[in-house]
Design a protein around this ligand. Sequence first.
Ligand code: ADP
Ligand code: MG
Length: 364
Amino acid sequence: MNQNKIGAFISERRKAKGWTQNQLAEKLGITDKAISKWETGRSMPDLALFIPLCGLLEITLNELFAGECIPDENIKEKADEVLMEVITNWLGNDKGKLKADEVTQKNVLEVQNISKIYETEGNSVLAVNDVSFQVAQGRFVGIMGASGSGKTTLLNLIATIDKPTNGIIRIGGQNIVDIAEEDTANFRREHLGFVFQEYNLLETLTIYENIALALTVKETPKESIGQIIQNISEKLDISAVLDKFPYEVSGGQRQRCACARAIAVKPDIILADEPTGALDSHSAKQLLSVFVMLCKEYNATILMVTHDVMAASYCDRILFMQDGEIKATLNREQKNKQTFFADILKRMEWIEGESHDVFEIVNS
Ligand code: ADP
Ligand code: MG
């Protein structure tokens, strides 16, 4: 990879747009110092910025890594190599593989033709449009999509926080759409685990009490609670903070505590909405490794909403949402994390390209 060449290319494309470094920085929500570092070859853009940067500069990912416009498909492979190099540098090497027993696992979650229409002041929004998919036990599935594409709505429907306008959702075989309003809180406690960005833990209870409370609600025998908490805390590296209050621990520890609480009660499925959203990249990677471990060792099933490619690259499968629909699905299969990361980036680029048809035609 030639960082200088890439930097010069970014600079050239920025100038062609008539933007100052400051203007480009503003569009990306970063400082102009960062832009200056890229353009002089001193650093590479953060992976999370690749897609928006390419979009703004009207170049493809491969062109960004090649450091030039690519008229010819032959250079594509070379650029793919460079992309893998960058990703490996950033994510580290990963040889991790999936378990092969997928076929024998039953579906924990079945979503059939669900739609959600929000009616507001004579205005109706089709937030989820005829979505269907299944998740087998032990899988870690990600939902990606731009802001407003319906990710949270979909997750809330599955979480029984909201009711679909149409369709069927089965969790552990039970159609949750039929559950009476007053029984939903019970259903959530019995069958679901939550790891959200905020509001995860009760602030007036210690970490230990937070986990114990969830177990008590699930009618776990008193004498086994201590042992369960000790085991899971060791696994998640939070033994040392059990007696602290949530506000006394770091964001990463809080999220791992939320994981401990979620898994301790053996839910049918763990739902996570942007769980890494407020974490630094080290804590984010730690949390994602915990998710992967829970699936592998506890046969947990996780559905995670994220707009972060790095987070998504830990999943087994990604559903891409756009305008309330699932536009594409990507399976990790036997690929390592780096290759999957590259696949996700390219798929996002493709989806964004699809939505800019008019624009593409004008340019060609
Ligand atoms: P995402 O999580 O992907 O950003 P959301 O599911 O939050 O997307 O939103 C999908 C669409 O539904 C958006 O257009 C949003 O404005 C709309 N929406 C979400 N919640 C409500 C609500 N409670 N009332 C009305 N519209 C809503
Ligand atoms: Mg959301």
